[in-house]
Design a protein around this ligand. Structure first.
Ligand code: GLU
Length: 318
């Protein structure tokens, strides 16, 4: 919160397809948290990756947010238009001697890495960490390198990141052992999500980040980048991931649960908002209500005992 106690939150959808119910839950809680403090919302379209950019998706997502009753005060900002800001941040890290080129191919990474404990990504083993200038020059003739961030050693106190999630409580991560030197730019030139999100949250004045539980494992990396770049750390609150009955997380492939299908299926947004709110204990079962009617009921205290994921069966909207 800022001096006046008002949250500046954000909605940060990736326009690779239509929103699904899981995205709607994260957006709803982000919005409720900001609005219940009298605060404001920024909308940022996370269209960094040209391969995952569906030209129609951004406007469909904005339409779906509006239909759900979730409005914003600033934006939309498009990450695809902010490349210079990200390049400037990477240059600052490079000037501190903290970046290095990485020539590893995908198959080399798979062969030489250990699975990450929490989010299924891989712990980088430092293959390209100490290349000589000659080796770098030689390899650059082949494929363009990715750019990695050099992390402190595992026994360096700055490798241990601690924070308290608004819903899931105290967390601790050693980024050196649980993550390893991570990418700030891919070999195809696309800026990494971790870097872009840290730059954007800071420059947009975001002081509270609310999103799905799958991104809880990103907080430590983002906090480390904030420290290196001299940015403040926002508050973090995560919300349960919605999963299909077989345990799979909902994704853009679950067309029957995307907002396009959902909007055709239900009488109005009150049904969707009500079901999502009751899934996290903010509404009674079967209650139907608008997002703004939930504002006075919202508090993080009410969200303290949530599971990491919630199963969404075929009868969720029935
Ligand atoms: N763009 C991400 C998504 O749609 C959210 C990233 C974030 O909230 O930090 O899942």
């Amino acid at each position: 919160m800022n001096d006046t106690g008002e949250v500046v939150g954000r909605l940060a959808p990736t326009p690779s397809g239509r929103m699904h119910l899981g995205n709607a839950l994260s957006a709803l809680v982000a919005w409720l948290s900001a609005r219940s403090s009298g605060g404001s919302m920024v909308l940022r379209i996370e269209d960094l990756d040209p391969r995952a950019r569906d030209p129609e998706a951004a406007s469909l997502i904005m339409g779906d947010l509006a239909w759900l009753g979730l409005d914003w005060d600033e934006g939309p900002y498009f990450q695809s238009e902010r490349g210079d800001l990200y390049a400037g941040a990477i240059a600052r890290l490079r000037e501190q001697g903290l970046t290095y080129p990485c020539f590893c191919t995908r198959s080399e990474l798979h062969a030489a890495t250990a699975p990450h404990a929490s989010d299924g990504t891989y712990v980088y083993q430092g293959t390209c960490r100490n290349l000589t200038p000659e080796e770098i020059e030689e390899r650059s003739a082949g494929r363009p390198p990715a750019t990695r961030l050099r992390l402190p050693d595992a026994d360096d106190p700055s490798a241990v990141i601690r924070f308290t999630d608004l819903a899931y409580g105290p967390r601790r991560e050693n980024i050196a052992t649980e993550c390893g030197d991570f990418l700030v730019r891919r070999s195809d030139g696309v800026v990494a999500y971790q870097l872009a999100v840290v730059v954007d949250d800071a420059l947009m004045g975001v002081i509270q980040v609310v999103r799905g539980h799958d991104l809880l494992g990103s907080v430590a990396r983002q906090m480390h980048l904030q420290r290196l770049l001299g940015f403040p750390t926002p508050a973090y609150g995560h919300v349960p991931l919605l999963v299909a009955p077989d345990g799979r997380r909902l994704s853009k492939r679950d067309r029957d649960l995307d907002l396009g299908a959902v909007r055709n299926m239900v009488r109005g947004p009150e049904v969707v908002v009500g079901r999502l709110a009751s899934a996290i204990g903010l509404a009674e079962e079967g209650e139907e209500l608008r997002a703004d009617e939930l504002v006075p009921r919202f508090s993080w205290d009410a969200l303290r005992n949530l599971p990491d994921s919630i199963v969404v069966g075929g009868d969720f909207l029935a």
